[in-house]
Design a protein around this ligand. Structure first.
Ligand code: NAD
Length: 252
């Protein structure tokens, strides 16, 4: 009795950071699944507006999510424009590449910036959207939240220790909120390994690692992460899951 394409007509999905990479792929996939999608980014307004024009009923909003007023304003704008919210995908995130042994390079400001965007912004968006997600939820088409974390938040690795710790916090928040917001709102996370996006194009070492060590012999395409998001949204039962999407690297 999962919620299929026809039933998604009129349902609204907000995907943060959706003018490029994983977020854009999730927005295109959810549009294909029948959702009215709301696109968002911090700065690429032209891309966002053009993408919105190409998808039926879609809109685009710009907001800097390290600013609490703008984060709250984003949810208010979505509700003002669309009148409801069924799915929230917290995809926007930042990274910091710092060798794990260079402790002094990982300054308090680095920690704060990562925490602000990767942890506090998703929290604020979820708390602002909670009532609307509850109102839109039905047993057949339960509202859901998907947080895009990272395999670095599950295993002790990643581009830097502050990045990995911020994604780990997002995973823990996912499970605590799954307990707190059930049964009306399901809350899950996707923890990708390496995904082919502009952000990772220059990560030669990571590409080598996945090619040589992962059972799938490659990183993921953004569309493959979007497919997992689509499955989680379609489920009427899964909650509190952190779906490791690393092509099996964790097994080796
Ligand atoms: P990307 O750089 O293409 O997308 C990041 C998005 O986040 C952009 O749209 C940007 O506008 C938005 N963003 C960043 N800071 C923001 C801020 N302060 N306010 C508002 N928006 C902001 O990167 P991507 O690779 O598609 O990453 C998407 C998510 O997936 C991130 O959370 C990232 O940590 C996670 N992730 C990516 C990989 C990978 O290999 N690419 C692996 C694991 C996890």
């Amino acid at each position: 009795m999962h919620c299929h394409q026809e039933k998604n007509k009129g349902r609204v999905a907000l995907i943060t950071g959706s003018t490029s990479g994983i977020g854009k792929a999730i927005a295109l996939q959810l549009a294909e699944d029948g959702f009215t999608v709301v696109l968002h980014s911090r700065s690429s307004v032209m891309e966002g507006e053009n993408l919105a024009k190409s998808l039926p009923g879609a809109t685009y909003f710009q907001a800097g999510l390290s600013d609490q007023t703008q984060a709250k304003g984003l949810i208010a704008e979505v509700l003002h424009q669309h009148g409801r919210l069924d799915v929230l995908v917290n995809n926007a995130g930042i990274n910091a590449m710092i060798p794990h042994g260079s402790l002094k390079e990982a300054t308090a400001d680095v920690w704060r910036d990562l925490y602000e965007v990767n942890v506090i912004a998703p929290w604020t968006l979820i708390s602002e959207a909670e009532q609307a997600l509850k109102d839109a939820s039905t047993p057949e088409c339960a509202s859901s939240i998907i947080n895009i974390s990272s395999h670095a938040g599950v295993r002790p690795k990643g581009a830097s220790i502050p990045y990995a710790a911020s994604k780990s916090a997002l995973n823990h928040m996912t499970q605590l909120l799954a307990l707190t917001l059930s049964p009306d709102i399901r809350v899950n996370a996707i923890a990708p390994g390496l995904v082919d996006t502009p952000m990772t194009a220059s990560w030669v070492e990571a590409h080598k690692l996945w090619k040589e060590k992962s059972p799938m012999k490659r990183g993921a395409k953004p569309g493959e992460i979007a497919h997992t998001a689509s499955m989680l949204v379609a489920s009427s039962y899964l909650t509190g899951e952190i779906i490791l999407s690393d092509g099996g690297l964790n097994l080796t």
